[in-house]
Design a protein around this ligand. Sequence first.
Ligand SMILES: NC(=O)C1=CN([C@@H]2O[C@H](COP(=O)(O)OP(=O)(O)OC[C@H]3O[C@@H](n4cnc5c(N)ncnc54)[C@H](O)[C@@H]3O)[C@@H](O)[C@H]2O)[C@@H](O)CC1
Ligand SMILES: Nc1ncnc2c1ncn2[C@@H]1O[C@H](COP(=O)(O)OP(=O)(O)O)[C@@H](O)[C@H]1O
Ligand SMILES: [K+]
Length: 460
Amino acid sequence: MLRAHTVEQVRTAEAALLARLPEGALMQRAAAGLAYAVLDLLGGGYGRRVLLLVGSGDNGGDALHAGAVLARRGVQVEAWLLSSSAHEGGVAALRGAGGRIGTPGPTGRLDVVVDGIVGIGGRPGLRPDAVAALAHVAGVPVVAVDTPSGVDVDTGEISGSHVTADLTVTFGTHKVCHLVDPAAQACGALQLVDIGLDLPEAPVEALQAADVAALLPRPAADAHKYTRGVVGVRSGSAAYPGAALLSVAGAACGLAGMVRYDGDPAALDLVRAAHPEVVGPGRVQAWVVGSGSDDGAEDALRAAVADGVPIVVDADALAFARLTRGRPAVLTPHAGELARLLGVERADVEARWLEHARRAAREHDAVVLLKGRHTVVARPDGRARVTTTGTPWLATAGAGDVLGGLVGALLATGLDPFDAASVGSWLHGAAATLAAQDGPIVASDVAAALPDLLATLTTR
Ligand SMILES: NC(=O)C1=CN([C@@H]2O[C@H](COP(=O)(O)OP(=O)(O)OC[C@H]3O[C@@H](n4cnc5c(N)ncnc54)[C@H](O)[C@@H]3O)[C@@H](O)[C@H]2O)[C@@H](O)CC1
Ligand SMILES: Nc1ncnc2c1ncn2[C@@H]1O[C@H](COP(=O)(O)OP(=O)(O)O)[C@@H](O)[C@H]1O
Ligand SMILES: [K+]
């Protein structure tokens, strides 16, 4: 599991460790990890040129100490001190190792810029001198120390200017901004340096392949189709029969024991032709309702709610999400649908993904899966998982229908809504990446890639 902690949690853990270690030891660990990450990126040390952008705090201290390590490896290191003060030990270490302190201005060739302006102690935004310094080095690969300076570390929000990194080297644990957009997009690749922090449960996590493999339902030796779980699909309409096909394609991934289609008769023949294993109405352990349901969404959702089983509430059914209040449910809006649900602007949702997903989960007392580049799955108590699998090729019509069906199948097997939503979203993204190896994909390709993906996970 990739875990992201808050600044307060990191500070508390750091304080406990600092009390046990000799002075400066923690910063040395961080700086050494940072320096080796930069050397990896440079492919060596001798003759390379690195510029450090240094703020007034320990983030700048990390950059300076790492600069000293680099200088001892033959890297030409220059530091620009962007505040009236800078970490004294770090400045001395850099000078002692042969690095130099310079003044912002045009530079010759640079191989890497190290962003040590601010880390977890920074307020969002950058000061004009930092913006000006960055303008001198535009186009040079940037390694951010701990966080890209300027982003809001605990929310992943961005207000004002910030650094956009190619690589972010972070210490002890991930921070929320590393996972949640839009800040996550400013991090580039992530590298975690273990500095020995002892941390509590994380408020935000990202499933990894091993977590998904462990959570995936597998049939018991004596299983039959009903013990494995039956998923029912009420989606599609005369106007949108394709939505029925795609939700059923996601539901028919093989994880549940059976798929029932109980939607518009106009779509039934198409569903049967494409999926001969799908049967008609009857008892189910979970419902998927709403994609392409058109004006039948409310009735379809009411009927599903009357069954008392967990429900995936998608697309047209989201307008009636209040009907599932207090019942096990996963709401699957994209940003526009969540905006309508909460009565805010889409741009507000896209500026504050985590806050809005959490708010909707709390207000609807349900798990909310907010779809986007980094999908956020939030529980009513605020715990959240972010999906980091996927590819921009997944932004294709009908992809959400496949996801709804897949999450429904996982609910039917007995996974709780938080696990079903986050595992489903992870699989959906990973299947899209697999399908898009050779270029563009359509939604049905994502469903078609699921068996191969699941095979690699279930044999782990
Ligand atoms: N204490 C330690 O031994 C360790 C510290 N670590 C590093 O220390 C960092 C945290 O250090 P600090 O608590 O000193 O905080 P930072 O260095 O992140 O930033 C705080 C300083 O920046 C100034 N500042 C705040 N917002 C600003 C802005 N928008 N623009 C310009 N200046 C701004 C503040 O006045 C303050 O002096 C971590 O991110 C990490 O890099 C890690 O290496 C782990 C070990
Ligand atoms: N830029 C992106 N990168 C990766 N995945 C994306 C991106 N944009 C959207 N997605 C994913 O694509 C899917 C689109 O689903 P959705 O918006 O419901 O479309 P539709 O309603 O056409 O099915 C979601 O799973 C979402 O997380
Ligand atoms: K930084």
